[in-house]
Design a protein around this ligand. Structure first.
Ligand SMILES: [Zn+2]
Length: 614
């Protein structure tokens, strides 16, 4: 049955008349009062709400998605009509307009702290991160209108669940509306643009936070601490029969107690719920070597992406990827079905979700080893049924030249492998604490936005800490999302006594946010602050020597240190090339004495291994 096709019943439960209780005397009268009271009480509980009228009008059946202003106007309209809904504003996006959050809370409680205290789960839905992929924008509006007017009894999900919707995350991209974006897309008629007001891809910005949008998102995320998260997208790159595909957080990212629940219960239940409706769902079709029949893969989702970021905090995250080659109304309806399935599952399994997340958070506090990188296990896979089209080399009708594509006349159904198991390839032992000099304020600001517990040193002190030296690394030649990020990082750890100052920050690793802290502060983390160039100045030497200017001090040093001088003379005797190279000899003295710049290539964030050092 497709609940989307059911006709709405035109009674608005918010506009029902207030009942007057008649004053009557006698047994029959008491019975009447009891009946009337029972009717009133039951009519007021969320399960017994009547279905109201639709408040907003969407045009996705006509291939039209609303503009930014229309979207916000519709949410305002819903918030005015329903006391159970509120449109909040968080910060300003790069476009100068606020980031909105639409909250649906049946208790009319819009305080996340008391919502959690009252044992309710929070679902956060993010839309329009890529505004050229607007199915989720329309689907969320439809969902909000439907659940608020209790279409098909949906309001019952709100008994133990609060739904938060970011109407449009990429506000600047949504305002840049045109019929000429998204070359592979034929509907809707007009849509927004992928880049934000700063021309950055917001789905690479969740940890580096170059945009005000990302800062506002992190503020929302850490304040509301959602149990469940969804980020809505549209995809091309494959050709098959499914309107909607799914990328869940890689389950292996979670502690086992949550990973098992997520992989074995939640994800299968969502596929089952979708199969009951008009839009069967399959995993996102990511394949290799142009051959989908050899299997599809659940991709690694590093913290730069929404799902990777939310997984650091044990939030059960998903991306829906609607299939671009299907018409817009089906994309919207299937996204709407998924949102409903997600909220329904959360409501039906609320207690279990809370319990597993709590245990997983405790595990994050306890665990000492953290995986910084993963690889897919190609020896282990599940089998799924896939209905697609044969891939083949065809002749392009546009260019007349051969190209890779899919033959829509050759449909097939096959059982194919689905590779979704990963194993860690890089494990790090957490220190007791990190210490970060206050000079690195851009990093400290980001830690604060993410609500990381840290405390400033109360006095200047020298601490024995573990530091990393960068032995080697490479940079991307081309700019990628505003950075020339680092890769192939090689480190050399060593214990050192380092001067720290009052106000430098100590970050204890006894927090539910441990995974975020380790991923972001270990330079080898896939999306660490180091990789994203926040610490580049440490790679430069600010002190050096001149071939002429250093001679005087070099001579003095040799005179004062006979043992070192003997070593130096021995090397000169044994190494002819060295003996004839003035610069190499001065370099030997520079690098092997106190003259060497110990800050050069030293990562400024130190690891405190023993807590009694503090
Ligand atoms: Zn996208």
């Amino acid at each position: 049955m497709n609940y989307n096709k059911l006709l709405p019943i035109t009674i608005n439960y918010n506009k029902l008349p207030t009942y007057a209780i008649p004053i009557v005397i006698g047994t029959a009268g008491k019975l009447l009062i009891t009946i009337i009271l029972f009717t009133i009480i039951t009519s007021c509980t969320s399960e017994h709400k009547k279905t109201g009228e639709a408040i907003i009008q969407l045009s996705y059946e006509d291939d039209i998605t609303p503009s930014y202003y229309e979207i916000i106007e519709m949410y305002k309209k819903l918030a005015v009509h329903y006391p159970e809904a509120k449109l909040l504003e968080y910060g300003k996006t790069d476009a100068g307009k606020p980031l909105h959050l639409f909250v649906i809370s049946s208790d009319k409680d819009f305080n996340p702290v008391s919502i959690r205290k009252n044992n309710k789960r929070i679902v956060l839905i993010n839309n329009g991160i890529h505004p050229g992929e607007p199915c989720g924008i329309d689907a969320s509006l439809q969902f909000a209108d439907d659940i608020l007017r209790n279409k098909n009894g949906m309001a019952k999900y709100l008994k133990n669940t609060v739904v938060c919707i970011i109407p449009v995350y990429n506000v600047g991209g949504c305002l840049n509306r045109s019929a000429w974006h998204r070359t592979g897309q034929t509907s809707p008629k007009e849509c927004g643009y992928r880049g934000n007001a700063k021309n950055l891809d917001l789905n690479r910005d969740f940890v580096k936070m170059d945009t005000e949008n990302a800062k506002a998102f992190a503020t929302i995320f850490r304040k509301w601490k959602p149990d469940v998260f969804l980020d809505t997208h549209t995809t091309n790159g494959s050709e098959h029969k499914y309107t909607i595909t799914l990328i869940p957080v890689q389950p292996d990212y979670f502690p086992k107690v949550l990973s098992d629940f997520f992989r074995n219960k939640m994800i299968p239940a969502l596929y089952e719920k979708m199969a009951e409706g008009d839009y069967e769902m399959i995993p996102y079709v990511s394949y290799r070597n142009r051959s989908v029949k050899k299997g599809i893969y659940l991709d690694v989702q590093t913290p730069r992406f929404s799902t990777g970021y939310v997984s650091l905090f044990n939030t059960l995250g998903f991306m829906t990827e609607n299939h671009v080659y299907k018409n817009f109304s089906d994309r919207v309806k299937s996204a709407n079905n998924f949102i409903r399935a997600l909220v329904e599952f959360t409501s039906e399994n609320g207690e279990e979700i809370s319990k597993k997340r709590k245990l997983a958070n405790q595990e994050l506090i306890r665990q000492t080893e953290f995986a910084l990188d993963y690889a897919v296990d190609t020896n282990r896979f599940d089998t799924i049924t896939y209905r697609g089209y044969e891939a083949e080399i065809g002749i392009s009708p546009v260019t007349g030249v051969e190209r890779f594509g899919f033959n829509k006349n050759k449909a097939f159904e096959a059982e194919i492998p689905f590779y979704q198991y990963y194993y860690p390839t890089k494990i790090i032992i957490k220190p007791e604490m990190y210490i970060i000099p206050q000079a690195w304020s851009e990093v400290i600001d980001r830690l604060k936005i993410n609500d990381i517990e840290m405390f400033p040193l109360s006095k200047d002190t020298i601490l024995e800490v573990e530091v990393y030296y960068f032995v080697d690394h490479e940079n991307s030649i081309r700019a990628y999302n505003g950075h020339h990020s680092h890769r192939n990082i090689k480190l050399h750890p060593e214990m050192q006594k380092v001067q720290f100052f009052e106000g430098d920050y100590v970050i204890p690793l006894n927090q539910e946010s441990n995974k975020y802290i380790v991923e972001l502060l270990e330079p080898e983390g896939h999306d660490s602050f180091f990789r994203w160039n926040f610490f580049d100045p440490c790679l430069e030497s600010r002190e050096y020597f001149s071939s002429y200017g250093f001679e005087g001090n070099a001579q003095k040093y040799l005179d004062k240190h006979p043992e070192f001088k003997a070593k130096f003379e021995k090397k000169k005797k044994e190494d002819k090339e060295f003996a004839s190279n003035h610069r190499a000899q001065l370099g030997y003295i520079y690098y092997n004495t106190e003259w060497a710049d110990e800050r050069h290539n030293r990562y400024p964030v130190a690891r405190i291994i023993k807590i009694d050092d503090l």
